[in-house]
Design a protein around this ligand. Structure first.
Ligand code: CU
Length: 187
Protein backbone atom coordinates (compact mmCIF):
# COMPACT_ATOMS: atom_id res chain seq x y z
CA UNK A 1 0.00 0.00 0.00
CA UNK A 2 1.33 3.46 -0.94
CA UNK A 3 1.78 5.79 1.90
CA UNK A 4 3.05 9.36 1.34
CA UNK A 5 4.20 9.74 4.90
CA UNK A 6 6.88 7.01 4.27
CA UNK A 7 8.78 9.57 2.07
CA UNK A 8 8.72 12.06 4.89
CA UNK A 9 10.35 9.51 7.18
CA UNK A 10 7.28 9.20 9.26
CA UNK A 11 5.92 5.74 9.84
CA UNK A 12 2.57 5.14 8.44
CA UNK A 13 1.01 4.72 11.87
CA UNK A 14 -2.03 6.76 11.04
CA UNK A 15 -2.67 4.81 7.82
CA UNK A 16 -2.04 1.41 9.34
CA UNK A 17 -3.59 2.41 12.60
CA UNK A 18 -6.65 3.62 10.75
CA UNK A 19 -7.74 0.22 9.52
CA UNK A 20 -7.79 -1.54 12.87
CA UNK A 21 -9.47 1.52 14.28
CA UNK A 22 -12.18 1.30 11.60
CA UNK A 23 -12.45 -2.46 12.09
CA UNK A 24 -12.75 -1.98 15.80
CA UNK A 25 -15.39 0.64 15.14
CA UNK A 26 -17.28 -1.90 13.06
CA UNK A 27 -16.98 -4.51 15.81
CA UNK A 28 -18.27 -1.97 18.30
CA UNK A 29 -21.13 -1.21 15.94
CA UNK A 30 -21.87 -4.93 15.54
CA UNK A 31 -21.76 -5.44 19.31
CA UNK A 32 -24.13 -2.54 19.79
CA UNK A 33 -26.45 -4.05 17.18
CA UNK A 34 -26.29 -7.51 18.76
CA UNK A 35 -26.95 -6.11 22.23
CA UNK A 36 -29.93 -4.14 20.88
CA UNK A 37 -31.24 -7.26 19.10
CA UNK A 38 -30.82 -9.36 22.27
CA UNK A 39 -32.64 -6.79 24.38
CA UNK A 40 -35.44 -6.64 21.80
CA UNK A 41 -35.71 -10.48 21.79
CA UNK A 42 -35.83 -10.49 25.59
CA UNK A 43 -38.51 -7.80 25.67
CA UNK A 44 -40.58 -9.75 23.14
CA UNK A 45 -40.16 -12.97 25.18
CA UNK A 46 -41.04 -11.26 28.45
CA UNK A 47 -44.18 -9.62 27.05
CA UNK A 48 -45.30 -12.34 24.66
CA UNK A 49 -45.24 -15.08 27.33
CA UNK A 50 -47.77 -13.46 29.69
CA UNK A 51 -49.83 -12.42 26.66
CA UNK A 52 -49.97 -16.04 25.50
CA UNK A 53 -50.97 -17.10 29.02
CA UNK A 54 -53.53 -14.33 29.21
CA UNK A 55 -55.02 -15.40 25.87
CA UNK A 56 -55.84 -18.81 27.44
CA UNK A 57 -56.95 -21.95 25.64
CA UNK A 58 -58.98 -21.76 22.41
CA UNK A 59 -62.77 -21.49 22.51
CA UNK A 60 -63.30 -24.62 20.45
CA UNK A 61 -61.80 -28.06 19.91
CA UNK A 62 -62.56 -31.22 17.99
CA UNK A 63 -62.39 -34.79 19.25
CA UNK A 64 -62.52 -37.78 16.91
CA UNK A 65 -64.96 -40.31 18.33
CA UNK A 66 -63.74 -43.46 16.63
CA UNK A 67 -60.83 -43.84 14.20
CA UNK A 68 -61.97 -46.04 11.30
CA UNK A 69 -58.96 -44.73 9.34
CA UNK A 70 -56.78 -46.82 11.66
CA UNK A 71 -56.68 -50.54 12.33
CA UNK A 72 -56.65 -53.45 9.91
CA UNK A 73 -59.63 -52.35 7.82
CA UNK A 74 -61.87 -54.82 9.59
CA UNK A 75 -64.75 -52.54 10.61
CA UNK A 76 -68.12 -53.26 12.18
CA UNK A 77 -69.73 -55.80 11.99
CA UNK A 78 -66.28 -57.37 11.44
CA UNK A 79 -64.40 -57.47 14.74
CA UNK A 80 -60.71 -58.18 15.36
CA UNK A 81 -58.56 -57.27 18.31
CA UNK A 82 -56.12 -54.93 16.52
CA UNK A 83 -58.89 -52.89 14.96
CA UNK A 84 -60.88 -52.85 18.18
CA UNK A 85 -58.09 -51.12 20.07
CA UNK A 86 -57.10 -48.78 17.22
CA UNK A 87 -60.56 -47.77 16.00
CA UNK A 88 -62.46 -47.53 19.25
CA UNK A 89 -60.61 -44.56 20.63
CA UNK A 90 -61.12 -40.86 21.27
CA UNK A 91 -58.46 -38.67 19.69
CA UNK A 92 -56.98 -36.59 21.11
CA UNK A 93 -57.45 -38.12 24.56
CA UNK A 94 -57.76 -34.67 26.11
CA UNK A 95 -58.51 -31.15 24.88
CA UNK A 96 -58.43 -27.81 26.66
CA UNK A 97 -60.86 -25.00 25.89
CA UNK A 98 -61.91 -21.80 27.60
CA UNK A 99 -65.20 -21.54 29.51
CA UNK A 100 -68.10 -20.95 27.14
CA UNK A 101 -66.26 -22.88 24.44
CA UNK A 102 -67.57 -25.74 22.34
CA UNK A 103 -66.21 -29.17 21.56
CA UNK A 104 -67.24 -30.91 18.35
CA UNK A 105 -67.31 -34.70 18.61
CA UNK A 106 -66.90 -36.23 15.18
CA UNK A 107 -68.63 -39.57 15.67
CA UNK A 108 -67.61 -42.22 13.16
CA UNK A 109 -68.71 -45.78 13.84
CA UNK A 110 -70.66 -47.57 16.57
CA UNK A 111 -70.20 -44.90 19.21
CA UNK A 112 -72.23 -42.59 21.41
CA UNK A 113 -70.88 -39.55 23.25
CA UNK A 114 -71.63 -39.24 26.98
CA UNK A 115 -70.30 -36.34 29.04
CA UNK A 116 -70.14 -36.27 32.83
CA UNK A 117 -69.89 -33.41 35.29
CA UNK A 118 -66.51 -32.51 36.84
CA UNK A 119 -65.42 -34.82 39.65
CA UNK A 120 -66.59 -38.01 37.92
CA UNK A 121 -63.81 -40.35 36.80
CA UNK A 122 -63.94 -43.56 34.74
CA UNK A 123 -64.04 -45.71 37.88
CA UNK A 124 -67.25 -43.94 38.96
CA UNK A 125 -69.07 -45.14 35.84
CA UNK A 126 -71.22 -48.23 36.38
CA UNK A 127 -72.56 -49.76 33.16
CA UNK A 128 -76.16 -50.93 33.41
CA UNK A 129 -76.21 -54.67 32.64
CA UNK A 130 -79.82 -54.45 31.52
CA UNK A 131 -78.91 -51.76 28.98
CA UNK A 132 -76.03 -53.71 27.37
CA UNK A 133 -74.34 -52.90 25.01
CA UNK A 134 -74.98 -49.35 26.28
CA UNK A 135 -73.38 -48.03 29.48
CA UNK A 136 -76.39 -45.84 30.33
CA UNK A 137 -75.14 -44.54 33.68
CA UNK A 138 -77.20 -41.36 34.04
CA UNK A 139 -75.68 -40.28 37.36
CA UNK A 140 -73.78 -37.04 36.80
CA UNK A 141 -74.27 -37.28 33.06
CA UNK A 142 -74.79 -33.87 31.48
CA UNK A 143 -74.99 -34.89 27.83
CA UNK A 144 -75.85 -37.96 25.80
CA UNK A 145 -75.21 -37.71 22.09
CA UNK A 146 -76.84 -39.32 19.09
CA UNK A 147 -76.38 -42.87 17.86
CA UNK A 148 -76.12 -43.70 14.19
CA UNK A 149 -73.60 -46.41 13.20
CA UNK A 150 -74.70 -46.07 9.56
CA UNK A 151 -73.07 -42.70 8.90
CA UNK A 152 -70.63 -40.23 10.48
CA UNK A 153 -72.14 -37.25 12.29
CA UNK A 154 -71.03 -34.51 14.67
CA UNK A 155 -72.28 -33.84 18.18
CA UNK A 156 -71.43 -30.51 19.79
CA UNK A 157 -71.47 -29.48 23.41
CA UNK A 158 -70.81 -26.05 24.95
CA UNK A 159 -69.03 -26.06 28.29
CA UNK A 160 -70.09 -22.99 30.29
CA UNK A 161 -68.28 -23.74 33.56
CA UNK A 162 -64.59 -24.45 34.18
CA UNK A 163 -63.72 -27.99 35.23
CA UNK A 164 -62.36 -31.33 34.08
CA UNK A 165 -65.10 -33.22 32.28
CA UNK A 166 -65.05 -36.95 31.59
CA UNK A 167 -66.16 -37.95 28.10
CA UNK A 168 -66.87 -41.61 27.41
CA UNK A 169 -68.22 -43.79 24.65
CA UNK A 170 -71.58 -45.07 25.85
CA UNK A 171 -70.94 -48.48 24.26
CA UNK A 172 -69.96 -50.78 27.18
CA UNK A 173 -67.24 -52.89 25.47
CA UNK A 174 -65.66 -49.71 24.08
CA UNK A 175 -65.66 -48.02 27.47
CA UNK A 176 -64.62 -51.04 29.52
CA UNK A 177 -62.24 -52.88 27.21
CA UNK A 178 -60.90 -50.27 24.77
CA UNK A 179 -60.77 -47.52 27.42
CA UNK A 180 -62.71 -45.30 25.08
CA UNK A 181 -62.81 -42.24 27.27
CA UNK A 182 -61.09 -38.86 27.42
CA UNK A 183 -61.15 -35.45 29.03
CA UNK A 184 -62.31 -31.94 28.23
CA UNK A 185 -60.49 -29.42 30.40
CA UNK A 186 -62.38 -26.13 30.59
CA UNK A 187 -60.48 -23.11 31.93
CU1 CU B 1 -67.42 -46.47 20.98
Amino acid sequence: MYCLSDYLGITCVTEWGGEPYLAQGEIKHMRKYLVSASILALVIAVFALPLATFAGPPDSATMQFGRPDLGSGCNFPCVDDASFHAIDKIAPGAVAISAGGTVDFEVNGVHQVAIYEPGITPKDIEPDDDAFPFVNDAEGRIFLGGFNPAMPFTDSFTFEEPGKYLVICNITPHFEEAQMWGWVIVK
